[in-house]
Design a protein around this ligand. Structure first.
Ligand code: MLT
Ligand code: ZN
Length: 494
């Protein structure tokens, strides 16, 4: 009897049987093409990938069946959440790969208010989880610009950070348990809600930040906190970054970990904000730097407002803070937060920017920006540095807008590679990280190869091999292929 050959059509049929006709898209099919766009295109619209199919499973069992089927067909799988990532982690150029989008896995399985945890499926939208916790009089602190569309599975896969890391930590610190589908289609159930669990290797920590290269996170158990019902927001102007850091330390000495947000905003961002949006700086006159910070407590009786004014008076008297404005009501608080979000958006109106998501010890941020700006200006004299972000935890989005009058392509072509080498070398010299909160994806493989400790990389390769011997789980992400990518090949920036 002739041996039956297994075809791509068999794979397509099997996948369709698992999820049903309405939960699968085939990019090559004319009627699906437009619908596929948002799953194939990356978050900043820089590229459109390819795929054999995009599947939308509704349960962990379906994810497991899809992975097992793809493994049988030796077909790569690419897990995808809200597709808001910055490093091309949820895209592929492989027209034979299957994208597994988890948006239908959006159930909240349990909220345990006494244990202060909630167990949720990977496709839940981050903002929905914040709202759900709030309804139970609890607080889930992970907060980032894309929270209205990013999914918690993706947040864990990239170990997302955001504006509250200073107090609560990254996604990893907020996670107590995970459920994940492994490369051979089995289900790892480590959905514990335990704060103590010393039973060997911490597998959940491996899945967090692995960007789907070891398996697919399908559900998670998250830590919850008392709500920050008592909170105060301030917007202050400072002369330099050292003063911003002194201001943070003074506030922390007084308020302890009640300082949950502490974000740096440069004058350049305020200039773009006022030019390209309806928003204006809440502080009059121009100053070199601004900080938006939040102090929060769950106890309504704590006199945060008054105490903050006392500390600000002291900081202004000693010259650490030039001037300050405090939010008098909820809408002012929202206005400060809106300014912080908008400074990301308005950058786009000023042409291409070469972006870095980097971290150094907080004590080295001033040094980073001084050295980085000098190096950038030596490479491209009229470049416009735009360093902003989570100064409280050492993570700066160190972006560089093109000089006025240079077109995007010329800027990229002439300066991107040189600037990347200069900035990443400075970061390396300051014992910093070339990727603070956006991950690696396929975009920073060259930097992984060049800057990551070789022993660490070797161990990562062995772990990858142990978890995924056929190399089918989100291939070509996170771990650079051996001896292929070199730093000279460069990478598009994030
Ligand atoms: C932010 O903190 O606003 C983002 O991480 C910046 C970005 O998405 O580039
Ligand atoms: Zn950020």
């Amino acid at each position: 009897m002739a041996k039956k050959t297994v075809t791509i059509d068999d794979l397509k049929k099997s996948l369709t049987l698992i999820v049903g006709k309405k939960q699968i898209l085939f990019p090559e099919r004319a009627e699906d093409n437009a619908l596929c766009q948002s799953y194939l295109e990356e978050s900043r619209g820089r590229s459109v990938g390819k795929a054999l199919a995009i599947v939308f499973p509704s349960s962990t069992e379906e994810v497991a069946q899809i992975v097992a089927t793809c493994r049988y067909h030796k077909t790569p799988v690419v897990p995808q959440g809200g597709n808001t990532g910055r490093c091309l982690g949820a895209q592929t150029d492989d027209e034979n790969a299957v994208i597994i989008n988890l948006k239908n896995m959006n159930k909240i399985r349990q909220l345990d208010s006494d244990n202060m945890t909630m167990t949720v499926e990977a496709g839940c939208i981050l903002q929905d989880l914040q709202d759900y916790a709030a309804k139970a009089d609890l607080f889930f602190p992970l907060s980032l610009g894309s929270e209205g569309s990013c999914q918690i599975g993706g947040n864990l896969a990239t170990n997302a950070g955001g504006i509250n890391v200073l107090r609560y930590g990254n996604a990893r610190e907020l996670t107590l348990g995970v459920e994940a589908v492994t490369a051979n289609g089995t289900v790892l159930n480590e959905l514990y809600g335990l704060r103590k669990n010393n039973t060997g290797y911490d597998l959940k920590s491996l899945f967090i930040g692995s960007e789907g290269t070891l398996g697919i996170i399908t559900a998670v158990t998250l830590k919850l906190f008392p709500p920050e019902i008592n909170n105060e927001h301030a917007f202050v102007a400072v002369k330099n970054i050292d003063d911003a850091v002194s201001c943070l330390r003074t506030l922390q000495r007084h308020f302890g970990n009640k300082i949950s947000t502490f974000e740096l905003i440069p004058q350049q961002a305020i200039a773009f904000l006022e030019k390209h949006s309806e928003l204006t700086c809440p502080i009059e006159n121009h100053h070199p730097w601004y900080v938006w910070y939040k102090i929060a407590d769950s106890n309504p009786a704590t006199p945060l407002f008054d105490e903050n004014l006392i500390i600000l008076d002291k900081l202004m008297a000693e010259g650490t803070v030039i001037t300050a404005t405090v939010a008098q009501n909820e809408s002012m608080k929202q206005y400060f937060a809106q300014i912080r979000e908008m400074i990301v958006e308005v950058q786009k109106c000023e042409g291409h920017s070469i972006k870095f998501d980097v971290s150094v010890p907080v004590s080295a941020i001033a040094n980073l920006v001084e050295k980085g700006n000098a190096a950038a200006k030596a490479i491209c004299p009229n470049i416009r540095p735009y360093p902003f972000g989570h100064i409280g935890d050492g993570n700066i989005h160190y972006n560089f807008n093109c000089p006025v009058g240079i077109d995007d392509a010329t800027y990229r072509l002439n300066y991107q590679e040189k600037l990347q080498q200069a900035i990443y070398d400075i970061i390396d010299g300051l014992d910093g990280s070339f990727s603070a909160e956006h991950g690696i994806g396929s975009q920073k493989l060259a930097e992984m190869k060049y800057y990551k400790d070789p022993i660490a990389l070797d161990l990562m390769r062995r772990i990858k091999h142990a978890f995924d011997p056929f190399y089918l789980m989100n291939p070509n992400k996170v771990i650079p292929p051996l001896a292929k990518k070199s730093r000279e090949e460069g990478s598009d920036n994030n």
